[in-house]
Design a protein around this ligand. Structure first.
Ligand SMILES: Nc1ncnc2c1ncn2[C@@H]1O[C@H](COP(=O)(O)OP(=O)(O)OP(=O)(O)O)[C@@H](O)[C@H]1O
Ligand SMILES: [Mg+2]
Length: 356
């Protein structure tokens, strides 16, 4: 679990994003001119297959992975996956300046005070964010993930016929997918906001280094739930109404759907704003120039508008294929339509099998 800084790695991995609504798989190829997309595929998961990052229905997840591999005729085995939820802790801490080896050694002791789990039950990883901060200390990012949760993921991946090589977290994958596609000048701050089905990952970058991360329990599922409740329709009907389809249900007035979409978008935007306010209150680098929206909910027009209104910062859609060659894929239109939701899987596919 570390942030990848070197681009165009020769050896590649499959990027596997097991989201709570669907499995996404990206396969890239590094060429002299940049990255080429070989494959992108996705498959819906039954409701409640993944709850708070834990795999509740492993056979459904295995089947979904296998179906994507078969439909795209993917032979590559080495895989990078990401984990999220309450079993994963990210913490930025300041420590006296030391070498990387010293850091690796002392982190076992240091971590105990920051991690709410038994230290023996977690895998730990540290990344140096800043070797010398203004206080003469170093800033490091500590990541801890529950071992039993990592085991759940590796079991599922192996059962699907793949080889787990790298474990990452969603917000770092988000960052990697962004960095390979967008240039941000030194000194500038941008916010990456990935709105999925049940989680919003926020990662604010200052001078291309992560300065603030936060996960919020909100997402596309909230739209579906509210439409279901307020308009008295089934889950499937609510899903379809959210996507702008199924307008023929007699009892449903389109304006009512729009009203609920706006209401939920405001809730999500409020939470995003609260997180960015917290970042601003704790950092001198929080003057955000732009917000990049990723995840399936980036398609909800009301959401971009609400976030823009609340924060006063311009919002753009993150396209993880912005700088990539898509000439090898046969379904380019479909891939482009899914681009924001593909972001985490693209970030994972950028990792090298030699990373941890
Ligand atoms: N065109 C669209 N309009 C509205 N909502 C959409 C659209 N496309 C996708 N969504 C919603 O986006 C969500 C899925 O996004 P994404 O694939 O990023 O989530 P996930 O990775 O499966 O979930 P999570 O990361 O939260 O576990 C779903 O709630 C889906 O209904
Ligand atoms: Mg996701």
């Amino acid at each position: 679990m570390q942030q990848q800084r070197f681009l165009l790695a020769n050896k590649t991995v499959l990027g596997l994003d097991i989201g709570s609504s669907s499995v996404k798989i990206t396969q890239l190829k590094a060429t002299k001119r940049g990255y080429q997309l070989l494959n992108f595929g996705h498959m819906q998961l039954p409701q409640e297959s993944i709850v708070d990052g834990s795999i509740m229905n492993s056979s459904a997840v295995v089947d979904a992975i296998r179906e994507v591999l078969a439909s795209k005729k993917i032979k590559q085995k080495n895989t990078a996956v990401s984990v999220s939820g309450h079993s994963v802790i990210l913490k930025k801490i300041s420590l006296p300046v030391m070498t990387h080896d010293e850091l690796e050694e002392s982190i076992q002791w240091e971590a105990e005070q920051y991690i709410p789990f038994d230290i023996n039950d977690v895998y730990l990883d540290v990344t140096i964010l800043n070797e010398h901060n203004e206080q003469g200390q170093m800033d490091v990012l500590l990541v801890a993930a529950k071992k039993d949760m990592i085991q759940e993921y590796t079991n599922v991946i192996e059962e699907a016929g793949l080889r787990p090589m790298v474990v990452d977290v969603d917000s770092f994958a988000l960052q990697n997918a962004f960095e390979v596609n967008y240039e941000t000048p030194m000194g500038e701050t941008v916010a990456l906001v990935n709105v999925g089905a049940t989680v919003v990952n926020i990662n604010c970058l200052h001078s291309r280094v992560s300065a603030f991360t936060r996960d919020i329990s909100q997402g596309g599922h909230n739209y579906t739930e509210e439409i279901q409740k307020q308009l008295n329709v089934s889950y499937e009907e609510a899903e379809a109404l959210k996507m702008g389809g199924l307008t023929e249900i007699d009892s449903v007035v389109p304006q009512e759907v729009e009203r609920v979409m706006k209401e939920v978008s405001e809730n999500i935007a409020n939470d995003v704003q609260r997180s960015l306010d917290f970042f601003a209150a704790t950092s001198a680098t929080a003057n955000i120039r732009k917000i990049y929206l990723a995840g399936g909910c980036a398609h909800v027009p009301a959401l971009s508008r609400c976030i823009e209104n609340k924060t006063g910062v311009s919002v753009g859609i993150l396209n993880p294929f912005e700088q990539m060659d898509l000439s090898r894929v046969t379904d380019e239109q479909a891939v482009r339509a899914w681009a924001p939701a593909a972001t985490v899987s693209v970030g994972l596919a950028l990792r090298s099998p030699d990373d941890r």
